[in-house]
Design a protein around this ligand. Sequence first.
Ligand SMILES: C[S@@+](CC[C@H](N)C(=O)[O-])C[C@H]1O[C@@H](n2cnc3c(N)ncnc32)[C@H](O)[C@@H]1O
Ligand SMILES: [Zn+2]
Length: 271
Amino acid sequence: MKKIDLFKKYMKQHEQLWSCPICQNSMTVRDNHVVCAENHSFDLAKKGYVNMMTQPVHTKYDKELFEARHCIIESGMYKPLHEKITELINANSTVVDLGCGEGSHLAHIREKADGEIIGVGLDIAKEGVMTAAKHHLDTIWCVGDLAQVPFKDSSFDVVLNILSPANYTEFKRLLTDQGIVIKVVPNSGYLKELREAFYEQDEYDNHDTKQRFQENMEKVQQERITYKFPMTADLLPSLIKMTPLTWNAKKQDDLDISEVTIDLDILIGER
Ligand SMILES: C[S@@+](CC[C@H](N)C(=O)[O-])C[C@H]1O[C@@H](n2cnc3c(N)ncnc32)[C@H](O)[C@@H]1O
Ligand SMILES: [Zn+2]
């Protein structure tokens, strides 16, 4: 089956999730479009995603950055994170990853789950969503704004939000009664070897981000995962390219990084 036909089939199976980003009506999948009762229509792209933005947006994240993130995530650098998140999610649930980037976190988490997770990935960067659709099938890949998500109220058991900005009003609107938000934020040691090499800069401080999560969500729990991941010479260029920071500016030839620290907080909260 062609990529667009597989995507269309998955979209059709889960069309009840959609809410028109212009008029908030229900939407149906017809031919190669998703369309509402007022005829607001969005094309399903041949490459297996749908762009629901009402205006084009340019971001600092480009194709190269997302391919680099893809390489790094596929290398297993975040495997303990994926395992931890899989433990937190019910095996059969509907999960939306808001700020999904190139989609590999969602794909790995679903792969590890025992049951069937219905997966939706949304990102404002078209290049990210295109990279996701290129590598992973059977997912609703959507270009959209997490501050104005084109899905109905109470449609998701889990909102994932990994190293991305948050919008708690939207997160709570999207969750079912028992639903949870899982937000991943960097802690002080995260990729410190890179920060040291490029900035000689101090530790990352996630206090304010955590505070906002606490203020907005109920029954908040927190888990921290910290480990070292070995860095090979062929992976290092991807590691440097995977962030929008100006790390590229400094000369990379004399970099001597044999491992990197992964230090992440996983915040879990109900609505
Ligand atoms: C650091 S990246 C993390 C991506 C992915 N979760 C990962 O860990 O590889 C942050 C992501 O947030 C996305 N983003 C930023 N603002 C957004 C918005 N308003 N709506 C949707 N996505 C947004 C960016 O496009 C980018 O892909
Ligand atoms: Zn509409």
